[in-house]
Design a protein around this ligand. Structure first.
Ligand code: ATP
Ligand code: FE
Ligand code: MG
Length: 342
């Protein structure tokens, strides 16, 4: 079957077409496109919801036509539309879901609502097959930091999460303190390459707490004090910037990696997936591979382009629902706040 995926939950307008065989659960991604609004929002230092909705409205219809042309398909050959129904920005979600519903009605195609986070946590399947159940996923993005136990498609339990800021948010806010543009994660990662992570002593929040939760707002505050103590960002030379970036990156990644591996061992599920925008971070990947190998945990990583927001993961989640025989609900709406559960 061929599934058209649509994603408009935040600041990326994305479309994709996935073709899979429900008997085997295997398939291929036929085409995908992502139009990022990052540059539009960068001058405001973050995503402006109203602007995001208007940009989606302009970008989405021609992108859908363009991806059908790219895959050399007509509407008649599409078997299902999978669309992100939440969580996300209300206006942005409404653009995607309204478009999906209208197209479904016009072309007589069923529409299936997908939870954005479910898309992220199943994303490694796009590279081939999903890990054996049960597995643990660390979902780490601009809006979320959580550990999820996956027992089957549609059977998810959140076993740990951030009590305040998300890890990506910590990267973004720390970057702002250093005068770096939005989004800050890639900026910090780039600077950190030549930095000495030991120069500035930053905390590892919640690392020694005997649970699987996270907290990153204290780290951001520690960065603020460290910057002040070092004379303020205006006085920083390039090496000081690099050392500070390396310190921030290492502190964040160390907590994420150690807690994720701890979750796998505790849950007796030695297979770990990392997903979400921060999962594109190379230091995180390297630290994770090292510790995972030592502890006998298998690591599954989505392609970096499928770590950030994309529609391939939404089409794929729709496909996996079909494989698992999970029917779309009769009634559904765009849901800005939607917790992930079984
Ligand atoms: P959510 O998916 O939770 O609604 P979101 O859409 O902001 O939130 P993503 O698009 O998945 O999340 O990820 C964006 C976040 O990832 C930003 O906070 C960004 O700084 C961070 N990020 C992207 N690349 C990197 C990187 N290489 N290193 C660290 N952080 C990164
Ligand atoms: Fe996302
Ligand atoms: Mg995003």
């Amino acid at each position: 079957m061929k599934i058209l995926g649509i994603e408009t939950s935040c600041d990326e307008t994305a479309v994709a077409i996935y073709e899979g065989d429900t008997a085997t659960g295997l398939g291929v991604l036929l085409a995908e496109q992502v139009a990022s609004q990052i540059e539009t929002h960068a001058r405001f230092g973050g995503v402006v919801p109203e602007v995001a909705s208007r940009e989606h409205l302009v970008a989405l219809p021609p992108m859908v036509e363009s991806i059908l042309a790219e895959a050399e398909l007509t509407w008649a050959q599409i078997d299902e539309i999978a669309v992100t129904a939440g969580p996300g920005l209300m206006g942005a979600l409404l653009v995607g879901t309204s478009y999906a519903r209208a197209a479904g009605m016009v072309h007589n195609i069923p529409v299936s609502p997908v939870h954005h986070m479910e898309g992220h946590l199943l994303a490694p399947g796009l590279a081939g097959v999903l890990p054996e159940f049960p597995f643990i996923t660390l979902l780490v993005s601009g809006g979320h930091t959580m550990l999820v136990r996956v027992d089957a498609i549609g059977k998810y339990s959140v076993i740990g999460q951030t009590l305040d800021d998300a890890a990506g948010e910590c990267f973004d806010k720390s970057a702002r303190l250093l005068g770096l543009p939005y989004p800050g994660g890639p900026e910090i990662a780039m600077l950190a390459k030549g930095g000495d992570a030991k120069r500035f002593k930053l905390p590892r929040p919640m690392l020694n707490k005997d649970n699987l939760d996270f907290s990153f707002s204290g780290l951001k505050t520690a960065v603020m004090y460290a910057v002040k103590a070092a004379g303020g960002v205006e006085s920083f030379d390039l090496q000081t910037m690099k050392d500070m970036a390396a310190g921030i990156e290492t502190a964040t990644c160390e907590v994420l990696v150690k807690k994720s591996i701890r979750a796998c061992l505790r849950e007796d599920a030695p297979r770990l997936v990392i997903a979400g925008g921060v999962a594109a971070n190379e230091t995180l990947r390297n630290m994770l591979f090292k510790l995972a190998e030592a502890k006998g945990v298998e690591v599954h990583l989505p392609h970096p382009k499928h770590c950030t927001d994309n529609a391939a993961m939404i089409a794929y989640a729709g496909f996996q629902h079909q494989c698992a025989g999970l029917a779309a609900p009769d009634e559904w709406d765009a849901t800005p706040r939607w917790t992930l559960h079984s």
